[in-house]
Design a protein around this ligand. Structure first.
Ligand SMILES: NC(=O)c1ccc[n+]([C@@H]2O[C@H](COP(=O)([O-])OP(=O)(O)OC[C@H]3O[C@@H](n4cnc5c(N)ncnc54)[C@H](OP(=O)(O)O)[C@@H]3O)[C@@H](O)[C@H]2O)c1
Length: 260
């Protein structure tokens, strides 16, 4: 078992990231928690310190600006905190047709879901390789495997994350550093409840409970799995999306998107 002391979790103030914080602390990793809302992060840190005997450092920061990853990396270097596990969890979704979407929000989405994931990985992986141990966990989506009309940019950002993670996993083979892309389906968090009515089309049995997802994803990463899907239904959807012709998959998704 590798000695992986400290996990950096982005988007840890709520949702899946909040659950990751709990799960990593339960497994005795010290934590660095990042999100924008300092009060929420402090509350998470207090709850975790009271429950588990681990160190928790909170860094309130917006990861959208292009220099955010460097700032975070520099801050942790100055504090002499080595990051053994990087969980790139922070993300945002935009559910609307591209031609009516707010361009600033769209660019923020790409910056957060894509650019900051690449930059944080690039900054923190070097020391992991030098130490010969480390884990990188990226949040994809089942939509990483197929086009998603009505949230085209979000789906494409998650397709990027999957492709990036798989390629990186091969680049890092033999270094002691593994990469896991966690690809959940619909998961019961604020992201889903704020997704412009999308939630009401999703039957209950398809929705994942975020704490369960985080625990399963933790185990998958520790085992070194490269791609993790959490539910049988999600595995079937992905089987369908990857085994049928692309024209058919996109047409079926297009048909569903027109019901809305
Ligand atoms: N929920 C789902 O159905 C689902 C399915 C598949 C994949 N995912 C992915 O799982 C990840 C977590 O999703 P979630 O459902 O837990 O989302 P969520 O409930 O909306 O939580 C998002 C987290 O990211 C933080 N965050 C948002 N914008 C940020 C920014 N600019 N800088 C720093 N932190 C930021 C938020 O905190 P602050 O607001 O305090 O910054 C919050 O802690 C995302 O990558 C998402 O795409 C979710």
């Amino acid at each position: 078992m590798q000695n992986l002391n400290t996990a950096l979790i982005t988007g840890a103030s709520e949702g899946i990231g909040r659950c990751f914080a709990d799960i990593y602390a339960k497994h005795q990793h010290n934590l660095v928690l990042v999100a924008r809302n300092n009060d929420k992060l402090q509350q998470v840190a207090d709850e975790i310190r009271a429950k588990y005997a681990v160190d928790v450092l909170v860094i309130a920061m917006d990861l959208v600006p292009s220099d955010a990853a460097l700032q975070l990396f520099t801050q942790l270097q100055e504090a002499q905190i080595d990051i053994d596990i990087l969980v790139n969890n922070a993300g945002m979704m935009q559910v609307e047709k591209l031609y009516v979407s707010n361009l600033q929000q769209l660019n923020n989405l790409l910056q957060l879901n894509v650019v900051s994931v690449v930059n944080l990985t690039r900054y923190f992986m070097q020391a992991m390789i030098t130490r010969g141990r480390g884990k990188i966990v990226n949040l994809g989506y089942i939509a990483s495997f197929m086009p998603t009309p009505n949230f085209a940019a979000y789906g494409a950002s998650k397709a990027f994350v999957l492709s990036f993670s798989e390629a990186l996993a091969e680049e890092l083979r033999g270094t002691g550093v593994s990469v896991t892309c966690v690809c959940p389906g619909m998961t019961e968090t604020k992201m889903l409840s704020h997704a412009d009515g999308l939630e009401r089309f999703i039957p209950g049995f398809l929705k994942a409970e975020p704490m369960q997802l985080a625990e399963q994803a933790y185990k998958a990463s520790m085992k070194g799995d490269v791609v993790f899907l959490d539910k049988l239904a999600n595995k079937l959807v992905v089987q369908w999306a990857t085994h049928y012709p692309r024209w058919m998959v996109r047409s079926v998704n297009g048909l569903f998107s027109r019901f809305k």
